[in-house]
Structure formats: C-alpha cells, structure tokens
Design a binder for this molecule. Sequence first.
Ligand SMILES: C[S@@+](CC[C@H](N)C(=O)[O-])C[C@H]1O[C@@H](n2cnc3c(N)ncnc32)[C@H](O)[C@@H]1O
Length: 469
Amino acid sequence: MSTSAPATSNPPQRQRPQRGQELELTVDSLAHGGEGVARWGPGGYVVFVAGAVPGDKVRAIVYKPKRTYAHARTLEVLEPSPERIEPRAKHPGVPWQVLPYERQLQIKHEQVGDALRRIGKLEGFELEDIVPAVQQWRYRNKLEYSFGADVDSGQLLCGFHASAGGNRVVEIEDCLLTSELGNLARDTVAAWAREQGLGAWGRGDVPSGEALLRNLVVREGRHTGQVQLRLVSTPGEIDVYSLAQTLNKTLGERLSGFLWTRSGQLAETTMGGETELVSGAAELPERLGELDLRISHEAFFQTNTEMTEVLYGIATEYAALEGWERVFDLYCGIGTIGLTLAPRAGELWGIELIEEAVANAIAGARRNEITNAHFFAGDTRLALPELLEKAGKPDVVVVDPPRAGLSAKVVRRVIDTSPKRIVYVSCNPTTLAPNAAQLVEAGWALRKVRPVDMFPQTHHVECVALFER
Ligand SMILES: C[S@@+](CC[C@H](N)C(=O)[O-])C[C@H]1O[C@@H](n2cnc3c(N)ncnc32)[C@H](O)[C@@H]1O
C-alpha cells in the first residue's frame, strides 16, 4: 500500500519490508543520490526508489532493506507523475531523462543550497544561478561498458548494467551519452568479440584461466577527435592483435591507442590489473582551453570536456588572481586547473595521488611552456604539510577532491596553510557541506557557490565554492 504517515499521537509503528518484497509507493521528492523518496507503512518508513520521480505511483521491489530505510527498484510505473516527459534514450545511465531539462536544473540548484543549509548549517552565502550544460546529450568523453550474456540466447553483450541493484547487462545500440565515434568504437569491439566467440565474466566469478571479457573503457579527445580504447579481461589469452587490426581498419587516424588490461579481481572495477599497450600511443591527446594535453588511462580527467572549460572559468574567476600569488592545486589530476591558473599566478604547486597523472601534469607544463607550475605525487593528507614547508604558505588554495570530499583531518591541514582564499570544486554537495562548515568554523566565510551542470539526465551536480578569510 502506498502511504504517507497518518497524524497520530501514538509512537509510529515501524514496519519494515523484506528483501524481494514488492511495494506500491508514491514518490514525493528526490534524494541527493537521485532516487525518489517515498514513505511506507504506518511509521512512514523511508524507501529510496530508483527509476521514480516525484508524483509517480510505482510498484517497486526492495533490494536493500536497512533498519530505518530501504532501497527499492521500480518495476512498474502505475500512475506517472504529471511532470514526466517521453524518455529519449533506450539505455540505462540517464534516469532523469524523464524530467524536463529546466526541472533537472532547478532540482540541482535546490539540492546544492539545501546541502549547504541543512547539512552544513550555513547561511549568508550567495547561491549563484546554475550554469546549464552546453550539450544535454552526447556530452561524456569517457564511458565504461560491461560485458555480459543475453539471458535467452547466451549471446555476448557489451553495454550497461540494467539498473540499481541489477546484475544484468543491457546491450546498447546508440548510447546518447557518447558521440557517434564513441558508439562506433564500442560496436566494433563488441562485433569482433562475438566473432571470436569470447565469453563474458560475471560479477563475483572466480577467474578460471580462460580469458573472459570484463569491461571496455572508451575515452575520447573531444577536441582532437581521437579515441583511446582499453579492453579489460580476466587473465588468459586473447588475440588482441587481431582486434588492433580491426580497430585500425574501422577507426583509422581516429584511434589514438588501444590497451589491454588483465585483471583477476573479484569485484567489478576497471582499476588495477596488468595493462599493456597493444597499439598506438599510451596517452590520449586532448585540448582544454589553451592547453595541449596528454592523458594516461590511469589518470582522472573531467568527463564533460566542454563543461570543464566552463567550470575552470568559474574557478579562475573565484581565484581572482593578480599575478603574484602562490597557488596550491590539491587533488590536481593531470594538473588542468593548475595549468589554467598558473599563467595568472606567481607560482603553482599541485599534489595528486596517481603518479601517472602527475607525470602527465609535469609533461603538460613543459609542453605548454608553463614554467611556474610544479607537481608532486602524494596523498594530500601527508604531502600538504611537506609542501607547506617546501613552498611556503599559499595565498590561494584550490581543492577538487573525489566524491567523498575531504576528511576532517585534511580540512585541518588546509586550514594550517592559512590561505586568503579557498576555491573548492566539488562533485558532491553533501560532502562539500561538512567541509564548508569546518572552514567557516575556522574563520573563513563562504562567499558564493555556483552550481554547474556537467551531467544532464543524471542527478550528479558539480559546483564551485569560494571561501575568504
Ligand atoms: C575530482 S578529481 C579532480 C582532478 C583535477 N582537479 C581535474 O579537474 O581534473 C580528484 C583527483 O584526486 C585524486 N586523489 C584521490 N585521492 C587523493 C589523495 N588522497 N591525495 C591526492 N590526490 C588524490 C584522484 O586521483 C583524482 O585525480
């Protein structure tokens, strides 16, 4: 039965659903993770529902019950929300495509403000308008596909996992998150793999010695028109040279490089394993603004190239450099923010965990004739005090951490550097919020925040926050 908690003076009776139980739910809002939020039973037990938007009445199956809430997956929309529009993409990965783009922007803008006010308990900052994406479709420069088998025919598939909590792989004909070139690259590999009679590894399978296909990673230089492909398999033999020939024939000059990773891990991840270069160049060439870059497959690179230029424009505006400042770029990846800021600063120092990314950053500085930028490999928590000793106190610190944000300890390390200004680039407002609260507590003021839509049709939202002492 669907529900909202009835007003009662008795303590609510907490009824909990079981794994696999089907529920009828009415969704009334969207959570920060993008799932719909519904309440179930007399106690108003919270259920997060994948595949549902506010106003939907759905039949959903519980796949992760917890003590105070559960996660469920929509099986059927019983009564669609009046806000729903016709979906355009036929594949997973775009759950918000059923909402008009303007509404997506509005929700993302609200969620950034809500996280800072409710989680961070912050007030008095300017929440600037959200910057819409340049492209609402075909904007991703990197996609990771999974291999699987069709449940009926057993045929090899290369696509995305069906949905939250699901293990099934769905074949993709035209992925509307990537370009035509990205689609061609994937289809070429999938067709070759079927011809070879190769099989797919399933999540949790123990590798047996027979090489099974795990993932395909396609990364595209949007401004260079080149792609880098990386096939991930379990250990064993695959005729990757025949694939290299096929790729060269189909993609020609557009193929920058083809790599092969063999990994025996039990978890589904494209990280780790042993990687070899099969053909072409190990690094993908790309341009970003004025910068001429090379990207290693291990290195992070923002996945929406066009919007990264916009994001860095905001970071540059917030940094308000005059030309003499010492700037720290923490979590610098291949140094793209730092290299963008360096020509406007006195000196630039970057820290990044992944050594290959640091090597890309150092080479990028040289290639672009930027002589005042220095990059170091290390964990920010340990490397920042060392950098402080070596370089001296920074005037401006830029941080751009992964989704988990900064630990309280790292925020204390940043506070120790005592910069006048902190520019925080965040891909998760719910982890920005506690970090922001800690900085405000330590004497910085949160001046303004600008959300940026890097990921249309999904719940993900990026933002840039400016703190001043
Ligand atoms: C969101 S990315 C930002 C990269 C870069 N600023 C950009 O715009 O492309 C976060 C980066 O932090 C790095 N990283 C993760 N944990 C780290 C740590 N403990 N210390 C330093 N860097 C870390 C990741 O490898 C990744 O390159």
